[in-house]
Design a protein around this ligand. Sequence first.
Ligand code: GAR
Length: 187
Amino acid sequence: MKKIVIFASGGGSNAQAILDYFEDSVNISVVLILTNNANAGVLERVKKAGVAGMSFNKYAFAKANSIHHLLKSIDPDLIVLAGFLWKFPDFLIADFPNKIINIHPALLPKYGGKGMYGMNVHKAVVENGEQESGITIHYVNENYDEGGVIHQVSRKLNTTDTAEDVARKVLQLEHEHFPKIIESLLS
Ligand code: GAR
């Protein structure tokens, strides 16, 4: 059985799409969902899905090595950042080469980097009058949103689209494509 660990910071709709997609899989399983936010909506989803879940603080993540040890003991085949907003520490990236992937709600290299997450991205896309936006699934390296691109999907925008419209369109693409790309990486 291939093991996935998900990191999420917010509502966790992508985590949910991944949980749903692999619910009946005999080869691939979500074994743990971790969050840096004890109030994150994703923890409700964890409870409902009956998977293991846990929140952690910055110390456990970046200094005390607790999360590092936990990941090493699980030995996941893939670590999936699904709306996870903290920067991944270099020592974790070094220890799981090509095993950490992220989804970004824009067509990188545009609209990436520090501060470019969630609605900030979609507002910038609308302010700049972009005719398309989309998703980028990529490996995680030491720099925000700069790891090798695995897959991109674009979607045309209307001139009347608000940032909320763009967010909705992009999230649809995320839910549709992210689980399939995860599956292909693990096959
Ligand atoms: C998603 O749109 C994801 O691409 C984005 O946060 C949202 C999380 O939604 N991630 C980033 O902006 C990372 N830079 P969700 O919690 O409903 O899955």
